[in-house]
Design a protein around this ligand. Structure first.
Ligand SMILES: [Zn+2]
Length: 428
């Protein structure tokens, strides 16, 4: 679908209440938004539904969502979106869940509010969910059940109050954000023409808190390097090229690669395996390597260094004959693009204005989130927390404290509406 005129204008210069109110600063726009009676209705909705949101959070946490196993949660979220009366509720072939809150301008591009629904916990992990002294406990309760619940709260408040968002709001539950999921859900969404052409802005809600703005996507690339050879008996085949020795030489060579302090760039040899027994020359050895940087160029340099190290080492260990030649293979097992939200972007201006309005203090951070994908495609995107506080992320002792969830929800709502625009004509 080609862009309509409204979408083209949006992608070129942004689209917001700014048009309706003239060239006001983001701060003035947000201040005006916060004064609307309908906004106060929404804030009251958050308070009156606090207990219900906690119940939903416990409920969704109890549904296992291991990497590549999010189906039950997708189904649960789809049902919630339907109950909320969102339009075009559906899930795609990966399990990403979508629901739309139409805006007053039909062909305006979407402001997407996204929360990942997967957890890091493998299938079979025992999930015990409890509420004790006002706190919620359970693996994934904060990361990212709190984000999922934020979607429901924003959709609920917008549906049940008289706020008229101008641009439509797309609610997304994404799969495969964590670890080796490698952002596959969000990546897939932006591979679909429909979404690529219609989503202008992504606000990812990830974990608890209100003190960060993840506006810088940390890039990472991960590799599995496998060296194979003829193998043999340690005594009688002595001299056959040894894959473990080859890997050791690759590591020695690769880890001499200089990396800059700025942009911060790192590498890690994370796992190494191979071999059969102490008296066998191994037929195979492999390792996993993680590289990270704020700069794609530095990731490319590290990849080049890694490939060169493998090639040179393998070429330098020819063995005694052709049958004994080693071979090295490099497989990319993860690739998260690096990209930053420009400092003069409207989205960054808007979140700064929202934080000032709410007297909230937040600092910009770099991390790898669902926002990486739209950022790498030149879209405005960031990740913020769902409010409240949490701890023990990625452990089975994870907890969430709903005190302060309000602030997080107000922040998300104001930011969403600052980006979508609100039909001012309807308010007195
Ligand atoms: Zn997360």
């Amino acid at each position: 679908m080609p862009f309509g005129p409204t979408t083209r204008a949006f992608l070129r210069e942004g689209f917001s209440g700014a048009r309706a109110v003239g060239a006001k600063s983001a701060q003035q726009q947000v201040a005006r938004l916060a004064e609307l009676r309908a906004l106060h209705e929404a804030f009251a909705w958050f308070r009156s539904h606090a207990r219900e949101l906690e119940d939903r959070q416990l409920e969704v946490t109890a549904i296992p969502a291991p990497p590549w196993g999010e189906a039950a949660r997708s189904h649960w979220l789809k049902t919630r979106f339907q109950e909320l009366g969102l339009s075009e509720v559906h899930q795609d072939e990966l399990g990403n869940v979508f629901g739309i809150l139409p805006g007053t301008v039909a062909d305006a591009p979407y402001i997407a509010l996204a929360a990942h629904i997967d957890t890091v916990f493998p299938a079979g992990t025992e999930i015990i969910v409890t509420r004790e002294a006002g706190k919620l406990y359970g693996p994934g309760i904060s990361d990212n059940a709190s984000g999922i619940v934020a979607l429901l709260a924003i959709a609920g408040a917008l549906r049940e109050t008289s706020i008229a968002n101008v641009a439509p709001i797309l609610f997304v539950g994404s799969v495969g954000e964590e670890g080796e999921g490698d952002l596959r859900g969000m990546r897939h969404i932006f591979q679909q023409r429909r979404w690529l052409d219609s989503i202008a802005t992504v606000i990812a809600i990830d974990g608890a808190g209100t003190d960060t703005i993840i506006a810088e996507g940390l890039g990472s690339r991960r590799y599995e390097i496998t060296v194979t050879g003829a193998g043999g008996h340690s005594w009688s085949d002595f001299g056959v090229a040894n894959p473990i020795v080859a890997l050791a030489r690759v590591i020695e060579r690769f880890t001499r690669t200089p990396v800059p302090a700025a942009p911060k760039t790192t590498y890690n040899i994370g796992t190494i395996q191979g071999g059969t027994s102490v008296n066998s020359i191994p037929q195979l050895a492999s390792m996993r390597v993680d590289t990270r940087s704020a700069s794609v160029e530095e990731l490319d340099k590290l990849e080049h260094a890694l490939r060169e190290a493998v090639e040179q080492v393998v070429a330098g260990m020819p063995g005694r004959n052709r049958k004994e030649v080693l071979s090295g293979e490099i497989k990319i097992i993860g690739d998260r693009p690096a990209a930053d939200l420009p400092l003069d972007s409207r989205l960054l201006e808007a979140i700064r204005a929202v934080d000032a309005q709410l007297s909230n203090i937040a600092r910009i951070q770099r991390a790898s989130t669902d926002a990486n994908i739209p950022l790498s495609l030149g879209r405005e995107a960031l990740a913020i927390g769902a409010g409240g506080s949490g701890g023990g992320a990625h452990t089975i002792n994870e907890w969430y404290d709903p005190a302060g969830r309000d602030l997080g929800l107000k922040r998300i709502l104001l930011l969403t509406l600052a980006m979508s625009g609100v039909g001012y004509a309807s308010i007195g």
